[in-house]
Design a protein around this ligand. Structure first.
Ligand code: ADP
Ligand code: PHD
Length: 456
C-alpha cells in the first residue's frame, strides 16, 4: 500500500486535479491520498491558507473578513467550474466556511486554527467529490473520526503516540481514502494545525500508521535539488538521500519537504519518494535509511536566514559546574528554544530563531545573563543565516571542511561560526544574511560544478 500526498501546487486548479486523478488511478496501491489546500497558481498568486489567515486576523481585529473568505470560495468555485462539478459541493464548502468565520473569536489562536484547517478540510471534500464524479470509489475521511490525535499546540501541533493504533484502521477502508492534511484534533475534540507546510507531516503519520510500503510526496519539482533552485539555475538533482541527510537539509531550508515529516517515516522505516505532479515520469528523489555513496562527500547545501546568536564569555567557564544549566534556564524562563550551541573553553554561543526575540526585552535579557552567570561579556548578533553542507560521505573524506572554508574565503564571505562534529552528516556555517546567497553559490561551485551528470 502507498500513501500519496499532494501539495498545494498540485491542487491549485482543475487541470491539476485531473493530473492528480490520473496519478492516483495509475497504481492500485495508491490507497490513501493526503491533500493540501489549493496553493499558488503562479508566483504572484496567494495560497488559500494565507487568505484564510488574513480573514481570521481581520475578524480578530474587528475588521471585515469577508473579502478574503470570498476569495477562498472563488478558488474552490473556479476548480469546480474547470471540472464541471455540481454546484452542491460549493454550497457545502460555503456553509462550512461561514460557520467557521462566524464562530467564537474569544480564543484567537483557536479561531485561527479552525479557519486554517478549513483549507485542507474543504479541499479533501472537493477532491473526493471529483473522484466520485469520475466513477472512483473514494471518500473523504475526517481526521477526528480517523483518530488523528495531536498535542495542544496551536499552529505547531505534534501527533500523539496513541493516534497510530486508530489510524492503522485506515488500511481496512473500502476504496480510496481522501484525507485532509495539516491538522488533527486534541483528545477533547478541538482543532490544532501543524506548523506551515504540515500536510507533509500528515502524509508521513498515515504512512507510519498503515505501515505503507512507500510514502509518495507529489510536488512541483522533478526532484530534490542539491541546492535551492532559486539560488542556482538548473541545480543537480539528487537521486537518493538518507533520512539523516534529508532531515538536515529540510531543517536548513529545503522547503520541498517539511523538516518534521521524516520522523514518522523513519520510525517505521518507510521509504519516501519525492515526485512531480507535472512530470510524473521523472524518477524523483528517494529517501531511505542507507544509500551507496556516490559522487563525493557532499550531497546537498541548504541555507536559511532569520537566526541570531547570544554570545557569552567567561574565563574558566569550562570548570564551572552548572554554567550551562543556568544559561539554559534563563532561556527557558524567557520562553526561548535554541538551535545550536557551538562552544569554546571560555565561551559559548547559543543560536536561535530571531523571531523568538521579537517579544523580548533584549537589554534585560543580556543584563540577566551577565548578573546571574557573572559573565565577562554577553552580546547578541542579529541577521544571521545558517548554511548546512550535508553528506553521509563527508566523515570519511579528508579535507571537506578545508574545501568549504576555502570556497567561502575566495568568495569573500566571513564565517561567523562553524559547527562540525555534533552531527555525523553535516557541517554548519553561520554567515551574515547579506552573504547567504553568495556563500551558497560558492559552496555549490566547489562541490558540484565538476560533477558532469545532472543527477547526484
Ligand atoms: N533543494 C530543493 N529542491 C527542490 N525544491 C526546493 C529546494 N529548496 C526549495 N525548494 C522549493 O520547494 C518547492 C516545493 O515545495 P512546496 O512549495 O511546499 O510544494 P507543495 O505545494 O507541493 O507543497 C519547490 O517549488 C522549490 O521552489
Ligand atoms: N496549506 C498549508 C499546509 C501545507 O502543507 O501546504 P503545502 O502542501 O502547499 O506546502 C500551508 O500552506 O502551510
Amino acid at each position: 500500500m502507498k500513501v500519496v500526498k499532494f501539495g498545494g501546487s498540485s491542487l491549485a486548479t482543475g487541470a491539476q486535479l485531473e493530473k492528480v486523478f490520473d496519478i492516483v488511478t495509475s497504481d492500485m496501491d495508491r490507497k490513501i491520498v493526503v491533500v493540501s489546500a489549493p496553493g499558488k497558481r503562479d508566483q504572484e498568486d496567494e495560497k488559500v491558507t494565507d487568505l484564510l489567515i488574513a480573514s481570521g486576523l481581520h475578524a480578530i481585529n474587528g475588521e471585515d473578513p469577508l473579502p478574503f473568505i470570498n476569495q477562498v470560495l472563488k478558488r474552490y468555485r473556479d476548480i469546480a467550474k474547470d471540472l464541471n462539478m455540481p454546484p452542491t459541493i460549493i454550497e457545502t464548502i460555503k456553509q462550512d466556511l461561514m460557520a467557521r468565520v462566524e464562530g467564537d473569536h474569544s480564543d484567537p489562536e483557536q479561531y485561527l486554527d479552525v479557519l486554517k484547517a478549513s483549507g485542507e478540510d474543504n479541499n479533501a471534500k472537493l477532491v473526493a467529490c471529483y473522484f466520485q464524479m469520475r466513477g472512483l470509489a473514494a471518500n473523504y475521511v475526517n481526521p477526528k473520526d480517523a483518530g488523528l490525535i495531536v498535542s495542544h499546540e496551536h499552529g505547531n501541533a505534534q501527533v500523539l503516540p496513541e493516534a497510530y493504533m486508530r489510524l492503522a484502521l485506515l488500511a481496512e477502508f473500502e476504496g480510496i481514502v481522501i484525507f485532509p492534511g495539516f491538522f488533527g484534533y486534541s483528545q477533547e475534540g478541538e482543532v490544532f494545525t501543524f506548523s506551515r507546510s504540515g500536510s507533509d507531516v500528515t502524509g508521513a503519520i498515515l504512512a507510519h500508521a498503515v505501515k505503507a510500503d512507500l510514502y509518495e510526496n507529489y510536488t512541483d519539482v522533478d526532484a530534490v535539488f542539491s541546492v535551492n533552485p532559486s539560488f542556482v539555475e538548473h541545480p543537480k538533482e539528487i537521486k537518493e538521500l538518507t533520512y539523516r541527510e534529508m532531515r538536515e537539509l529540510s531543517y536548513a531550508g529545503f522547503t520541498v519537504l517539511h523538516e518534521e515529516a521524516l520522523i514518522p517515516a523513519i520510525k517505521a522505516g518507510i521509504p519516501v519518494q519525492i515526485k512531480n505532479t507535472n512530470n510524473p515520469e521523472a524518477k524523483g528523489t528517494r529517501i531511505v535509511n542507507a544509500r551507496d555513496n556516490t559522487n563525493g562527500p557532499v550531497v546537498g547545501i541548504a541555507s536559511a536566514g532569520g537566526f541570531c546568536s547570544i554570545y557569552v564569555s567567561k574565563y574558566l567557564l569550562n570548570r564551572e559546574i552548572g554554567f550551562g544549566r543556568k544559561l539554559f534556564s534563563i532561556l527557558e524562563q524567557n520562553g526561548i528554544s535554541y538551535e545550536h550551541t557551538p562552544s569554546g573553553i571560555d565561551d559559548v554561543t547559543v543560536i536561535l530563531r530571531e523571531q523568538q526575540m521579537e517579544n523580548q526585552n533584549e537589554e534585560e535579557m543580556v543584563k540577566q545573563i551577565e548578573s546571574e552567570l557573572q559573565a565577562d561579556e554577553v552580546n547578541i548578533q542579529h541577521s544571521l543565516a545558517l548554511i548546512m553542507v550535508v553528506g553521509e560521505g563527508m566523515r570519511h573524506n579528508v579535507g571537506t571542511m578545508a574545501r568549504a572554508a576555502n570556497a567561502l574565503a575566495q568568495a569573500e564571505v566571513n564565517i561567523e561560526m562553524i559547527n562540525q562534529g555534533s552531527s555525523e552528516v553535516s557541517m554548519m556555517f553561520a554567515v551574515k544574511e547579506v552573504d547567504e546567497k553568495r556563500a551558497v553559490k560558492a559552496l555549490y561551485n566547489e562541490f558540484f560544478a565538476s560533477i558532469p551528470a545532472m543527477t547526484v
